[in-house]
Design a binder for this molecule. Structure first.
Ligand code: DC
Length: 335
């Protein structure tokens, strides 16, 4: 008799998510262990106490595990434990070495089985990177690092100090005295300049343009890149930016490059800003995005560019859910 372990996480407690997650987990266990259904004697499931809407055992029955015995139990609520997690233990009628399978956020449970991984999402402004990166990180229970926010914070510091952003020496002197950090509260990134949380202040059009201009200076870039590599080296995370797949993490486990037409990107930015209460001049916003595209893709160091091994996704006609589904299935294919 062999025992195979597996675990996965879901994004929300719905019967559809549970059915899909259990099916995916069992299929992965089957394929990685070259299992036949009639070799499975029984499966014991346990799930965290935030899962109420469906029995994982029932999902397994529906997924075609018809003849083995099935059982579901609920785990105690442990402080700091993984959320929305389903674990499975399969008892198998053969004596091979088991290959345990840990998917999505549950990869964090068994670092020995599931390695740390990084996801690079690059693309121009308004291509949907940050929305997708945030959702992906949430679903996989890993960190989201918004690298644009770091350049934005540098730009804000320069604008406040009144230095000439085009002058690398002035910018560099200023940056030496600036402490820039990213911290996480309730899973959300907060960008700190000194002790001040500037997360909202860095979202204005003025800061966007200045961030694009300041990011071309090598001294600024290397300082930011060093911090980004340090964070990504320690833990699994999704990073979004312009140069993650090409320069910051050329060996990232998964790489995506998102694009969309300039019209769609400007419309997304306009909607975002209107929702935040800003008055938007759509034509001016379109010009700003075009100018940033030009600046970001023509700079000398680490320009905005698709890595050769990145998956290109044109999000112009896709919903957020479709983009997320496409990315997850591409990642699954590679695992
Ligand atoms: O992603 P964003 O719009 O917040 O980024 C603001 C600017 O920062 C962008 O126009 C160029 C720069 N940037 C960069 O050069 N490299 C990154 N990895 C992220 C952003």
């Amino acid at each position: 008799m062999t025992v195979i372990r597996g675990a996965t996480t879901i994004a929300e407690d719905t019967p559809e998510e549970i059915r899909a997650a259990v099916k995916e987990l069992l299929e992965q266990i089957e394929s990685r262990n070259a299992l036949k259904r009639d070799e499975v004697v029984s499966i014991v499931f346990s799930s965290t106490s935030d899962i109420h809407s469906f029995y994982p055992a029932k999902a397994a029955r529906e997924a075609g595990f018809e003849s083995c015995s099935l059982f579901s139990a609920q785990e105690p609520d442990i402080d700091g434990g993984l959320r929305l997690c389903i674990r499975a233990m399969l008892f198998i009628e053969k004596n091979d070495t088991p290959h345990h399978v840990y998917l999505h956020g549950a990869r964090a449970l068994r670092k020995d089985v599931a390695q740390k991984f990084n996801v690079a999402i690059d693309g121009p402004a308004g291509s949907g990177k940050s929305t997708i990166a945030r959702m992906l990180a949430r679903d996989y229970h890993i960190l989201y690092l918004d690298t644009g926010a770091m350049y934005r914070a540098c730009a804000l510091a320069a604008l406040r100090a009144g230095v000439d952003i085009a002058d690398e020496k002035q910018v560099c002197d200023l940056m030496r005295g600036v402490s820039l950090n990213v911290v996480y509260r309730d899973g959300e990134q907060h960008t700190m300049l000194g002790g001040e949380d500037v997360s909202d202040l860095i979202r204005t059009p003025e800061v966007s343009m200045a961030a694009s201009a300041i990011s071309k200076h090598i001294s600024v870039r290397m300082k930011m890149v060093e911090k980004q590599r340090e964070i990504a080296g320690k833990m699994s995370c999704v990073l979004d930016g312009r140069d993650i797949g090409t320069f910051v993490l050329p060996d990232a486990d998964f790489k995506f490059f998102l694009t969309a037409t300039p019209e769609v990107r400007a419309k997304r930015r306009a909607d975002e800003m209107t929702a935040k209460g800003y008055t938007v001049d759509f034509e001016a916003l379109k010009r700003e995005i075009a100018e940033r595209d030009r600046q970001d893709s023509t700079r000398e160091i680490a320009p905005l560019k698709q890595a050769d091994d990145a998956v290109l996704i044109d999000t112009s006609e896709m919903s957020v859910e479709e983009v997320l589904r496409t990315i997850k299935s591409k990642m699954q294919e590679k695992i």
